[in-house]
Design a protein around this ligand. Structure first.
Ligand code: FAD
Ligand code: NAI
Length: 333
């Protein structure tokens, strides 16, 4: 049986791992985080989860629609019955208006990472394990973790990390450079959770705004802390990347008071910085990266243009690449 190491337990890694296990491969997944989920992660609080990363997902491809249906049936996801609105701020002129649509939007329950965890349910997963170096000798991969542990004997490796982290790991391992533009493919996002009443205008607020990208209220999300999550846009997040949580709480409070017109108490909860959050739409998505001679593949949401659905499709593509390569070797043997 072929042994595969999947580095990264976000949706891309979990999807690839689940598909490979289904096909009879022996898979071990590694993630530096405390649990699986990656950018589909929610922070646990006594009052419920805070979705600090992905807010919801949509499904357009048949493959992802089928997967979402399975999650819905198993109670690992639900439809988010959100009301959509649009917040505009052009040269200081603010308008907040309803922007209703028919799009079905889904969330994991009770937290965003539930679907990822479900995929990984029966798969060997090493969390809190940052892989810092790879080495390939006699057609076998070894992985070295930050803590100095070595994991050996893998026939193939899948890197399902953001491009800068793929690049760093490849450089550290003296492997070839595979990106021209890794540094700019994913842009940052500061995410800020604030306790406050919901604006009657809506709970999924798209923003055409000098600072913000999206504001979400969690009142209709099962299992969540009933609060606002504000996502600052890439330009504003990059400009103030090193600012403290207090800066972000002050910015978020000003938006809620002055633009959403919230009169009642507003309490800061959590500010989280994502260095590699969303696709830079000025750069063409590069697809998955293949080094078949070394049995190494890399991919993620960034392969196809960001979004949860694209992470799923990247996971399927990576698994298929391993399966095709394996079949080719079998046929020529
Ligand atoms: P990731 O989830 O980033 O997984 C990569 C994993 O690799 C991480 O778990 C990380 O810990 C691990 N890792 C990194 N380096 C190492 C290492 N050296 N060793 C071991 N492990 C390592 N998409 C939507 O569709 N809808 C939304 O509303 C939405 N909102 C978003 C809001 C924010 C703030 C952010 C950040 C993202 C949002 N997205 C949204 C994008 C969506 O979250 C991603 O497309 C998707 O989760 C990416 O999954 P992935 O598996 O490709 O990558
Ligand atoms: P979607 O179809 O709901 O939204 C796609 C885009 O269409 C939105 O970003 C928005 O610009 C526009 N839009 C959709 N409905 C609208 C409405 N009712 N009124 C006004 N504008 C509307 O979802 P899809 O395509 O699955 O995209 C995922 C979401 O994830 C997007 O909202 C995207 O911005 C967000 N995202 C956020 C990231 C971050 O770093 N904060 C990273 C990656 C994705």
């Amino acid at each position: 049986m072929k042994k595969i190491a999947v580095i990264g337990a976000g949706l891309t890694g979990a999807t690839a791992a689940a598909k490979l296990v289904q096909q009879g491969f022996q898979v071990t997944v590694f993630d530096k985080g405390r649990s699986a989920g990656g950018r589909m992660s929610s922070k646990r609080t006594e009052q419920g989860y805070l979705d600090m990363g992905a807010q919801y997902f949509t499904a357009r491809s048949d493959a992802f629609k089928q997967q979402v249906q399975q999650w819905l049936e198993a109670g690992q996801a639900e439809v988010w019955p959100c009301t959509t609105a649009l917040l505009c701020n052009e040269d200081g002129v603010v308008s907040l208006k309803s922007s209703k649509d028919e799009q079905r939007r889904f969330i994991g329950v009770p937290s965003m990472q539930s679907p990822v965890k479900a995929l990984l349910q029966d798969i060997a997963l090493n969390t809190g394990c940052r892989i810092q170096k790879l080495s390939y000798q006699r057609q076998s991969w070894s992985l070295l973790s930050d803590e100095g542990k070595t994991y050996t004997g893998f026939d193939a490796v899948l890197l399902t990390l953001p491009p800068v982290q793929v690049q760093q790991l490849m450089a550290q391992s003296s492997l070839p450079e595979v990106f021209d533009t890794a540094a700019n493919l994913l842009e940052p996002c500061w995410a800020v959770a604030m306790q406050a009443e919901a604006s009657p205008a809506g709970d999924a607020i798209f923003c055409q705004h000098p600072k913000l990208r999206f504001i979400s209220h969690q009142q209709y999300k099962s299992g969540r802390n009933c609060c606002y999550i504000l996502h600052f846009n890439a330009a504003f997040s990059a400009e103030h990347l090193q600012q403290s949580a207090d800066f972000w709480f002050a910015e978020a409070t000003a938006v809620l008071r002055d633009e959403l017109n919230i009169k009642q108490a507003i309490e800061p909860l959590v500010a989280h910085r994502w260095l590699y959050a969303s696709q830079n739409d000025q750069i063409t998505a590069p697809g998955c990266i293949a080094l078949p001679d070394q049995q190494l593949w890399a991919g993620g949401d960034w392969s196809y243009g960001g979004r949860v659905e694209n992470a799923y499709l990247a996971g399927l593509a990576l698994a298929q690449a391993v399966i095709d390569s394996h079949n080719l070797v079998q046929e020529s043997a």
